[in-house]
Design a protein around this ligand. Structure first.
Ligand code: MTE
Length: 472
């Protein structure tokens, strides 16, 4: 699409809470959810992306129209005489619930719309599918474990940890002097490391290669999560087994589920000490959906290499050309050839609020907020544009800013009520700058699935509705 006229300007980075600033004016309606009816979901046929796109867009439009009345009402709310200030509240004048009603704590019932969601019609069966993390409703950089995205090729299992085993062997006997089988008890006794890293499926944003396909950031970018992982460096385990780390060139990681998930990983990544055999996630054991009791953590590399329910590591001297690297997870190029083993997740960012499906209820002050990440190191800088890439303002990076980890950025913005085009553009410590769609497509074409790291645009209409659009 062509560039629209310039619009509300990014607010200079002064304290927004200055006297006279109308900081309460910019209110936001969160993304609508469950906007497809069961009938519409039923009509979604075998991988019919066009239907999917049309039904998403129609549904998003219908929802926006239906809520315009609510917008007027919300804008007219007068806090003078507010009964929630003047009257005793039920929660301030009654006995609360006792401790341990929920032995494992749950989110507030008022937050029940914030859940992982499946994209209707994307896959044939739910056991070989994806659920997307609700990025639009998360703060900071850590994904709550219960909202971590899921990608399973043959469903998830809740494996009995007392029966789980991890075998380490060589493709030739000389590669591993003492092949070993570890129990979970063996692994839990070893000195642990804990590190925060993002995991992104290589197919994240994959539906958007050709055109706008889905309405919200949950579906465009929600195959992305970030946790503190705890475990043992794979290098340490290989050294315990007497692996010949000079002769070895690659390892093969194998999952214990029924999907025959096996992936080749170059030995340099293992030697860096970053690759981890992890059992901990955000201070507790991994969730079953995320590989309990053991998964491989391969920082910076696409999610498919983070083998879950990890049961075997083989040390070898050549790539294994397993099915999930020879025929799947390959990049289709415009000339019909494929790129294999392109596993690093390049520098990328997205504004999570305001984002598609949300609605700005008033003009005035907003905080633009989003996430940036790079598989090659730390984020150096994020620029934000509110006029579709004509002008850029440097955003503030929240600390911590860590290598191969999500980084939260923010920028104060005064919306003047005119159409706006919100974009973020990240740069990592190697100097790599996130490309625009035109730049990415010039090299990669439009028919790929994987590794789409193009700049995302959210269009804010005069009505306040936020929509997914693409700018070349
Ligand atoms: N490991 C096994 N054993 N089986 C799988 O289906 N899916 C892979 C990877 N590891 C998979 C697996 C893919 S494609 C991705 S993107 C990540 O796990 C997703 O991890 P998550 O479900 O914890 O988000």
């Amino acid at each position: 699409m062509s560039k629209l006229r310039p619009t509300g300007e990014a607010t200079p980075r002064t304290d927004p809470l200055v006297p006279g600033a109308d900081v309460l004016s910019g209110r936001l309606r969160r993304a609508p959810e469950n906007f497809l009816t069961p009938e519409e979901i039923g009509q979604v046929g075998k991988g019919r992306r066009d239907f999917l796109r049309a039904s998403f867009l129609a549904a998003a439009g219908a929802t926006a129209a239906a809520t315009l009345g609510g917008r007027t009402a919300a804008a007219a709310t007068d806090t003078a005489g507010d009964p929630d200030i003047l009257n005793p509240t039920p929660w301030g004048s009654s006995l609360g619930q006792p401790v341990a009603v929920n032995p494992y704590g749950l989110p507030s019932k008022h937050e029940r719309g914030l859940v992982r969601r499946q994209s209707p019609g994307l896959t044939q069966v739910a056991a070989a599918s994806v659920s997307f993390a609700p990025l639009q409703g998360l703060f900071g950089i850590i994904t709550p474990s219960g909202l971590h995205f899921e990608r399973h090729h043959q469903g998830w299992q809740d494996i009995d940890p007392t029966r789980h085993r991890l075998m380490i062997n060589g493709s030739r006997p000389e590669f591993v002097k003492t092949p070993r089988v570890y129990t979970m008890d063996d692994i839990l006794r070893l000195p642990p490391v804990s590190r925060m890293h993002f995991i992104e499926c290589g197919a994240n944003t994959g539906m958007e290669w050709g055109n706008v396909a889905v309405p919200t950031v949950q579906y465009t970018h929600g195959m992305l999560s970030c946790s503190e992982f705890t475990g043992v460096p794979l290098r340490t385990l290989l050294e315990y087994c007497g692996a010949d780390l000079k002769a070895a060139k690659f390892i093969l990681a194998e999952g214990g589920d029924g999907s025959s998930m096996t992936r080749t990983i170059p030995i340099e990544l293992v030697m860096s000490g970053e690759v981890m055999v992890a059992y901990g996630q955000n201070g507790e054991m991994l969730r079953p959906e995320n590989g309990y009791p053991l998964r491989l953590v391969v920082p910076g590399v696409q999610g498919v290499s983070w083998v879950k329910w990890l049961r075997r590591i083989e040390v070898g001297d050549r790539p294994y050309a397993a099915k999930d690297e020879a025929v799947h997870y390959i990049d289709l190029m415009p000339d019909g050839q494929h790129r294999q083993y392109t596993s690093i997740q390049e520098c990328k960012s997205v504004i999570t609020s305001p984002s598609g499906g949300q609605q700005l209820l008033d003009k005035g002050f907003f905080t633009i907020s989003g996430l940036a990440w790079s598989g090659r190191g730390a984020i150096k800088r994020v620029d934000v544009s509110v006029d579709g890439g004509i002008n850029w303002t440097e955003a503030t990076l929240q600390t911590p800013v860590l290598s191969k980890c999500l980084t939260r950025f923010t920028l104060p913005w005064n919306w003047d009520g005119r159409p706006a085009l919100l974009q973020s553009r990240a740069m990592d410590e190697t100097g790599f700058v996130q490309p625009a769609y035109g730049q990415l497509r010039a090299v990669r074409g439009t028919r790929s699935i994987y590794h789409n790291n193009a700049i995302q645009t959210w269009q804010v209409a005069e009505s306040g509705d936020v929509n997914n659009v693409q700018i070349l």
